[in-house]
Every structure is written in C-alpha cells, then in structure tokens.
Ligand binder design. Structure first.
Ligand code: PLP
Length: 398
C-alpha cells in the first residue's frame, strides 16, 4: 500500500517549488509564493480524482474524522456508530468532540454489518461511520438506506481504501462526508495529512473554517478575517501538500501495480480450498492494497500467521492478536484511561464495552489474515512470495 516505496523526482520537484519560495504555510503570503499554492492545488485535484465538489485538506486522517464530525454538527452526547474493526482514530476523533463511539459488529466484508448497525440505533444516534478497511468497502447502499430511514449522516472513512470504487464512484465521495488519511503508510502519502470530502456546501464551509481556527478566509488579510464560529488548528503545511500532490498524480499507477501483485498472490492462494476470501460488496472494486482471507478457525490462523513470519513473509496481519485495529485489545478505551476528565455522559455511553463480547466480529477477525500488497516488489519476488505463502498456510492446515 505505501506510496512512499516509490518516492522520486516528482515528489522532489513539488517539494522544491515550496522550498524555493520558502512559504510553508497554506494560507497568505501571496506575494512571496511565485504562484505556488500546493494545498489548494491538491484540493482541486482531489475533487477531480475522487469526484466530489469539495476537498478540505487537514493535518491528518484523524483530524479529517474530527473535522468531518464537527462540520456535520456532531458533538456532546451524540452517538456515532463505528465498526469493531477499525483504527483507534475512529473513536479518538469521536471522543475528542465529546460524542460517544458505539462500536458494532462487522461481517465477512470486514466492515460494518448493516444488521448490527440497525440494532444499535437509538434516539441519540447522529451518524454512521463505515471504515473501509484494508482496501475494500462496506455495503454502502444498505447503509445509505438506513441513514435515509433514520435521518442519519453517513461519514465514510476511506483512509485505507483510496483508489477503490463502489458502483463506479470513488470511496469517500458517496456518504455525506468522506475522510482520508495521507499519513506515511497510506497508498498516497503526504508524510502526514488528511482530507475531508463532501458535496455539501455547508459542511465544506464548516470544514474550511473549523480546520483553521474558525477563519472565514475572506479577503487577503488574515488579521482582518472574522470567525463565524470557534475552530481549531488542523492545517496541513505546503510541504506535506506538495508531496501529496505528486503522489495523487500517481494514484492510478499505484492501484494498477497493487492489482497486478494482488492477483498473482490471490491466484496462488486460491489453490487452497480452505481459504475463503473476504466478501467485496456487489459493484465494489478494491484498491488492492491488502489481500484479506479467512481460514477455518483461530488455531489454524494463529499457526498460519506464525508460519508466514517464520518463512520471512512480512506485513501479514492477524488482527485478533494485534493491538492496533481491533476492539479485543483496546483496554485503554474499555477502561477509559484518559489524561483529562471525561464527561459522565460519555462514561455512561461507553459502559456497554464492559460486557459486550462482539462474538460475530470475533468469528471473522479470529480467522482473518490481511496481507499488505507492496508497490516495490518485482514480479519474480511476488511469485516467490506467493509460493512461500501457499507452503506456510498449507503447513498450518494439515
Ligand atoms: C481507517 C483509518 N482511519 C483513520 C486513520 C488515521 O489517519 P492518520 O494516521 O493520518 O491520523 C487511519 C490511520 O492508519 C486509518 O487506518
């Protein structure tokens, strides 16, 4: 997945444009810039490539989620439904606004199970946030239908699936708001950065102002700008935007390389009848940044994971035993280990985590291995890798 694997002259050229004029900030300093506005340029290109009216760059993917939520007016005491398999950023961003993350089960898409979503809706629910994990997507038609019935906002987190599409539309462009991360390990990277995507004028204006201390960005004198509402600093720098710009222009090439590598490995693993690949919703086209599959049970999956490591296959994740992306090991959330006081409303709202066991999510994550697809492999490396993977997994099975 990581675009950093293929850094080169294109990234260097964009960065040098910024360094040559010395304006590292995305706003102001018009006279010094020599016409270089990397953040603005990247926003316009994101709008074109991801087919949305508006893109607002921010400092990280986590910031993108917070800004998206705030832009939609979500805050104290509101409930936001998210999957149990996601990145910690999902609940961090929600809790930062004093809202309550409501984690619900996933299904064999490795994303939100629409039935679990329906069951979790209460009078406090304000939004549903599918997280398109490991290069593929949630069933967005079903989630959109649920949102329509219950008058909820759909916020897509497509940080791990930039370049994937659903029914011909880029992920991130389908919900009321989309979020993406441009951090160092994403398919296109800015080093650090993120973006909020939307077709909604009001949400866009909110995101634009909120991510820059509430500035209205009217006129050319920052000191004279007004603040229609409170904001924060989630700005991206021109240096990061410059790298992101060069990378975005390479997105199609990166997806094509990933697809080629993914297909070689998938074809090889398809020889193993016990392997079941993750379900991609009808009409979905992955970004091919991961190959995700299920084995018959937890014990075999643990063995396969260990064998893969033993034969030198890196970046294959068994998230059940990993602290990063799955509810099972998030004791800091379950025990609400916060540096600062958390409101009683949020504490009460998180009480379900003391007892809920998420058996359905365990059923899938315990048996899942997701393997990162890299960009820099040669064809013979991918072939060798796939042979070793077949051997390691077969050894775990028999
Ligand atoms: C699904 C998802 N959402 C959000 C983020 C947060 O992005 P960032 O690291 O840019 O804050 C990540 C990062 O890994 C992610 O995987």
């Amino acid at each position: 997945m990581p675009g950093f694997e293929l850094f080169g002259d294109k990234e260097r050229k964009e960065l040098n444009d910024v360094l040559d004029n010395g304006v590292l900030m995305r706003y102001g300093f018009d006279g010094m810039r020599n016409g270089h506005w990397k953040a603005k340029e990247l926003e316009r290109e994101l709008e074109n490539v991801l087919k949305v009216k508006h893109a607002q760059l921010v400092s990280s993917g986590t910031a993108a989620v917070s800004v998206a939520l705030a832009s939609a007016g979500i805050g104290a005491g509101d409930e936001v439904i998210i999957p149990t398999f996601t990145f910690v950023a999902s609940f961090e961003a929600i809790m930062m606004l004093g809202a309550i993350p409501v984690l619900v089960d996933i299904d064999d898409t490795l994303t939100l199970n629409p039935k679990a979503v329906k069951a979790a809706i209460t009078s406090k629910t304000k939004a549903i946030m599918p997280v398109h994990m490991c290069g593929s997507m949630a069933n967005l038609d079903e989630l959109q239908a649920i949102c329509k019935i219950h008058n909820l906002i759909l916020i897509e987190d497509s940080s791990q699936a930039t370049g994937a599409t659903y029914k011909g539309k880029p992920l991130g462009s389908i919900g009321d708001l989309g979020c993406l991360s441009l951090d160092f390990v994403k398919i296109i990277t800015a080093g650090e950065g993120g973006a909020v995507l939307t077709n909604n004028e009001k949400y866009y204006r909110h995101a634009d102002h909120y991510s820059d201390h509430g500035h209205d960005h009217v006129g050319k004198d920052r000191g004279a700008e007004t603040h229609p509402f409170l904001g924060y600093n989630f700005r991206i720098s021109e240096l990061h935007a410059a790298v992101g710009l060069a990378q975005l222009r390479r997105l199609d090439d990166f997806v094509a390389i990933q697809k080629k590598n993914y297909t070689i490995i998938r074809d090889a693993l398809s020889q193993i009848p016990e392997i079941q690949f993750r379900t991609v919703p009808e009409g979905g086209e992955e970004s091919y940044s991961f190959l995700s599959f299920f084995l018959p049970d937890l014990e075999t999956t643990r063995k396969a994971s260990a064998h893969l490591k033993d034969v030198g296959i890196d970046a294959c994740f068994h998230y059940y035993d990993n602290n990063w992306h799955y509810i099972r090991k998030w004791d800091h959330l379950k025990d609400i280990k916060s540096l600062y006081p958390i409101s009683n409303e949020v504490k009460e709202g998180l009480r379900y985590l003391q007892t809920k066991t998420f058996e359905e999510s365990n059923h899938f994550i315990a048996r899942n291995i997701s393997c990162l697809i890299k960009l820099s492999w040669t064809e013979s490396e991918v072939k060798q890798r796939s042979e070793k993977m077949v051997q390691a997994i077969t050894a775990a099975l028999y």
